[in-house]
Design a binder for this molecule. Structure first.
Ligand code: DQA
Length: 146
């Protein structure tokens, strides 16, 4: 069975109470639960991982045996050469997601360090950004194996 790894970056563990007007009212557990249900329906294994630490995210990307990565690098999106390099180092297709529309916000959020190393980006659709990324991942994996 194909495995999709969903990575949540720093401060996403605070979802639910963190600036709900920007990030919504769902907790990270609720988002992961919704993703798990969808993954079950679609017949893929889902692993979720949250860390506030750049190095732990780099290690996770370096060590994973997943066939696909969905990643919200959160603030590291805009700063992390290390996470960009980790994605570039692995031959694992990935989609970058954001809850908020990073292009509608402060200028410093308009630049993503990881975008050159992912297939595409889904930004601004709240928790649906993750669900749509998971659905796209499954389509892409099916196309690969058929
Ligand atoms: C975010 C957007 C980032 O700019 C921010 O630092 C986050 C969350 C989002 O999902 O909208 O922590 O990645």
């Amino acid at each position: 069975m194909n495995k999709v790894l969903v990575i949540h970056g720093p401060n996403l563990g605070l979802l639910g109470s963190r600036q709900p007007e920007i990030y919504g009212h769902f907790t990270l557990d609720e988002i992961n639960g919704r993703l798990r249900e969808r993954a079950n329906d679609l017949g893929v294994e889902l692993e979720d991982f949250q860390s506030d630490h750049e190095g732990q995210i780099v290690e996770k990307i370096g060590q994973t045996d997943a066939q696909f990565i969905v990643i919200n690098p959160a603030a590291y999106t805009h700063t992390s050469v290390a996470i960009a390099d980790a994605l570039a180092a692995r031959d694992i297709p990935a989609i970058e997601v954001h809850l908020s529309n990073i292009y509608k916000r402060e200028e410093f959020r308009h630049k993503s360090m990881v975008s050159p190393y992912v297939l595409g980006q889904i930004t601004g659709l709240g928790e649906d950004s993750y669900v749509l990324a998971l659905e796209a991942a499954v389509r892409i994996l099916k196309r690969k194996t058929s």
